[in-house]
Design a protein around this ligand. Sequence first.
Ligand code: 5AD
Ligand code: FES
Length: 365
Amino acid sequence: MTLELNRLDGTLAKAVESARALSVDDMAFLLSLSEPEDLARLYAAAREVKLKCCGKGVSVRGLVEAGNICAKDCFYCGIRKSNGATARYSLSADEIVSAAKAAKSLGYASLVVQSGEIESEAHTQFIEEVLRRIAPLDLGVTLSLGEQTEPVYRRWREAGAERYLLRIETSNPKLYAALHPVECSWERRVECLRALRRTGYQVGTGVMCALPGQTAEDLAHDIWFYGEMDVDMIGMGPYIPHPDTPLAATAPALSKAERLQLGLKMIAVTRLYLHDVNIAAATALQALADDGREQGVMAGANVIMPNVTETRYRRSYQLYEGKPCLDEQASLCRHCLEYRLKTIGEELLFGRRGDSPHFHRRTHT
Ligand code: 5AD
Ligand code: FES
């Protein structure tokens, strides 16, 4: 047995045995694997931990893309405010409520409401109204509406939202600064995550991988950061260049397969490090390979978020190139997904909210 093989065996064995057993160095080592046999062992170990800590099955949340008007100008994002090529829309309260009803009738017990970042009293009140109107549906509601003040997070929590997703994008402040205009503050984003925690949400964060200038050490540090922030949910995925954004011009010419592989390795190492958090198989994986999300589940993810936004709006919410399911109705996506998961011996957990096991553990022990 070679020294490297010994190292892989030892590293995987201790990670499967207990959470937070990996050092940042160990994580960088696992993230640098590239031989197909090594990757197969990495994914299998992560899947074993997923089955042990989250059980069989995949939790499902209906995703509503509530609007693409955004005050931010992130260099990578297709709905950045300076992108004049994107037609802007925002769903009415009625449209969001009917998407929530559609999700409920498809058997999804949870809903994610996502949109561009807007900070205003009118927007805060609008979201409050939507939350109060969907409360009788008894769905687990996640918001993904960007940076807000703590009082706003509290108002939305009181109006019925239980979970909040705010990606840190990268845990490296220097890399963050290279990807965002000067007015965007990495420190404010961290402070928002702390405010969400104080306000009683199940808190989710995540990063993009395959970013220009990003190293395996950066990514290992990202996973360590999730642990430091003690988050409950992770939503992360590969960066995919969008042609109408400034970052696309400088992005390294990685193949789809390379971006996908990095996304899968991030899921696997995060599962091996944190054990009991919810990890989503992001839609960006499906943009890179038809069965990208299924591969994500096989690498340790336990959540999938099929789109329930009315089809005519989907084309306008393109954060990256190659977004899937642009023309499929929500019910078609449900059946497609059900079938796809069956092919890997998995199933969607209908009628269950699928709270983060980590959240329960930290609030009930
Ligand atoms: N490729 C992949 N993910 C992207 N996001 C934004 N732009 C891109 C892109 N070009 C992600 C960011 C953001 C989330 C809503 O979408 O991580 O937080
Ligand atoms: Fe939308 Fe397959 S998940 S068509």
